[in-house]
Design a protein around this ligand. Structure first.
Ligand code: OXD
Ligand code: MN
Length: 582
């Protein structure tokens, strides 16, 4: 049975883009292998060492197409105010006209692949269907890893009729002719001029977050830029945590944390590393599913020491993008080993010369199915997901933000999320290391006016008494000499333990204007060898600096004008007042 709407749309897109061939993807292993062979022949992929890395391939992208391009990403709603002040906006008619001009004939000489996919577990009532039309075999192969792609999706689309339409072409890869356009009112995406994951794998940021957040508001749920982990405690229960950090701030590492030997009886189960869809269930709790089926992770910094589960996963069946390669065909990136191995080839295919910059691109990536993780959660495919006990917000802050604090209540928790600031990273083009406000780590991904998004978050407060507790964490505090004050990685489990204690009404804390801070002894630091004042410093606040921070947040809030929820302005005023001793 064919979905008539799908057929009509494919015909229309083919008329516009004029591909030589149309290939309807079934998602089979044969099809995947054929695609890999096509790319090996065309040079789009390079086979890696089949002994050390069976079935692994390297893709080198165009050197100007290595990250998300936020300035070329648009939300095209009929009314500009619905996109809000933090999104680029274009009138939908103008947007269609502008991109269609670029799509005209863009697939000449190429194959158009019709890629049906499901976001969410196969049997989940929360799953969402999509079809991406693309002329990039790299995108098709990546979508097969990142989503449930192929025949089952096609069958569901034929049955239900509704699906997100995504049209993608690499065009000529020129940033001058690149746009990532979202039409939430039409449930449509048009992306041209980039093959980079966040711009081109339309199921991920475009569908699951930008259109997902739009759908979530209308339907009463939350689509968030969050990892999901289960923390198994020594008594055997597993508690689930969702955490939102900006891109390249360690979501993947936290999702795969390996407890150090000192933390006996704990185990971390990964449900997701980037996106959570959360629904309020009858028990009053928020239940989260991971809409993705794979990981598109940042390679630099990943090693046996920082993320051994990830290292195990990427040992086979993985597509690497823009990493360096050793003479015997093994992938390499900064942080994998202390010293670069001899005779490396860099991410652009040149003999590695430090004078040209890093060997691997700072935003080089691996793409691998979640099922390759040794600690994949047994609940990964659970149709209703997992119940969330705690939500963590956080960012990269060298100063100011303490190691951890708990919000005073839901409304204050929404304020904490809305006030996240973080130093920028290589995941998006632009300057790295400057603090920008990135509410709920959703600044680049919220598909509508963020003020309305916060109102939506606030609306949950009245709906349930069993919502997750909200916390803020900062693994990135530095001392005066620029050294990290907290060891991070596996040791972060010690902070998660305090968080779970707090969720159960335990865990020592002091109430401050910004929230509940752990007492310096509340977090187990035995064996860490921290200096005598480190924990005190990590768990106290500098009132003057916080006053400045709140003023900066208020300045950010004024951008939203009338739509700004009063509750958040009141929270800012309360915190300031209390900081001043009122
Ligand atoms: C990602 C990102 O790739 O946030 O997940 O940029
Ligand atoms: Mn992300």
């Amino acid at each position: 049975m064919m979905n008539g709407e799908l057929q009509a749309w494919v015909d229309k897109a083919a008329k516009l883009t004029q591909p030589d061939r149309i290939h309807w993807c079934d998602g089979s292993q044969d099809e995947f292998e054929n695609l890999i062979n096509v790319m090996l022949k065309s040079g789009d992929l390079i086979a890696l060492n089949s002994e050390t890395h069976p079935n692994c391939h390297l893709h080198r992208s165009d050197s100007s197409d290595v990250a998300r391009t936020e300035h070329l990403t648009f939300i095209c709603t009929r009314s500009k105010v619905d996109a809000g002040p933090t999104n680029n906006w274009m009138d939908p008619e103008d947007a269609h006209r502008n991109v269609d001009a670029l799509f005209a004939g863009s697939m000449k000489g190429r194959t158009m692949y019709v890629v049906p996919y499901i976001m969410g577990p196969l049997q989940s009532p929360y799953a969402s269907l999509g079809v991406e039309l693309t002329d990039s075999p790299y995108v098709v192969a990546s979508m097969r890893i990142m989503t449930r792609m192929g025949q089952p999706a096609m069958e569901k689309i034929a049955q239900t009729g509704t699906f997100v339409k995504g049209l993608h072409s690499t065009g000529d890869l020129s940033p001058e002719r690149r746009f990532i356009m979202h039409f939430p009112e039409e449930r449509m995406i048009k992306s041209i001029g980039s093959g980079y994951g966040g711009n081109a794998l339309l199921g991920k940021k475009c569908h699951a977050l930008r259109l997902g957040s739009w759908d979530a508001r209308r339907e009463g749920w939350l689509a968030e830029h969050m990892l999901i982990v289960g923390v198994e405690v020594p008594t055997g229960e597993t508690h689930y945590i969702a955490a939102a950090f900006p891109s390249a701030c360690g979501k993947t590492n936290l999702a795969m944390l390996i407890p150090p030997a000192s933390q006996k009886g704990y185990k971390i189960w990964t449900v997701g590393d980037d996106i959570a869809w959360m629904h309020l269930a009858e028990d009053g709790r928020l239940w989260a599913v991971n809409p993705e089926a794979g990981i598109f992770g940042v390679a630099p910094g990943t090693s046996e020491q920082t993320n051994a589960y990830m290292m195990s996963a990427v040992q086979r069946d993985t597509i690497f993008t823009n990493v360096a390669v050793t003479p015997d065909g093994q992938p390499w990136w900064e942080g994998l080993s202390k010293e670069p191995p001899p005779q490396l080839t860099d991410w652009q295919g040149r003999s590695y010369d430090p004078g040209n910059g890093t060997a691997a691109h700072p935003n080089s990536r691996f793409t691998v199915t979640n099922s390759r993780l040794p600690n994949i959660s047994p609940e990964f495919e659970a149709p209703n997901g997992v119940p969330i006990s705690a939500i963590l917000f956080g960012g990269r802050r060298a100063s100011l933000a303490p190691l951890v604090f708990q919000s005073l209540n839901w409304e204050h928790g929404v304020f904490v999320g809305a006030s996240v600031g973080s130093e920028t990273t290589a995941a998006a083009t632009g300057k790295v290391g400057v603090v920008r406000r990135d509410p709920m780590a959703m600044l680049p991904f919220c598909g509508y006016n963020m003020a309305d998004y916060w109102s939506h978050w606030l609306s949950f407060g009245a709906k349930s008494d069993a919502l997750p507790k909200i916390f803020n964490v900062n693994w990135f505090r530095q001392d005066a000499d620029g050294n990290f004050m907290w060891p991070g990685f596996g040791e972060n489990l010690r902070v998660l333990r305090w968080i779970l204690d707090r969720c159960q009404g335990r865990g020592a804390a002091t109430r401050t204007p910004i929230g509940y801070l752990p007492t310096p002894e509340a977090i187990d630091t035995s064996g860490l060898g921290l200096g005598p004042d480190t924990m005190t410093e990590l768990t106290t606040i500098d009132k003057e600096a916080w006053l400045e921070e709140i003023e900066d947040i208020e300045g950010f809030f004024t951008k939203f004008g009338e739509r700004m929820p009063k509750a958040l302005l009141n929270q800012a005023a309360r915190v300031k007042n209390e900081l001043r001793g009122g």
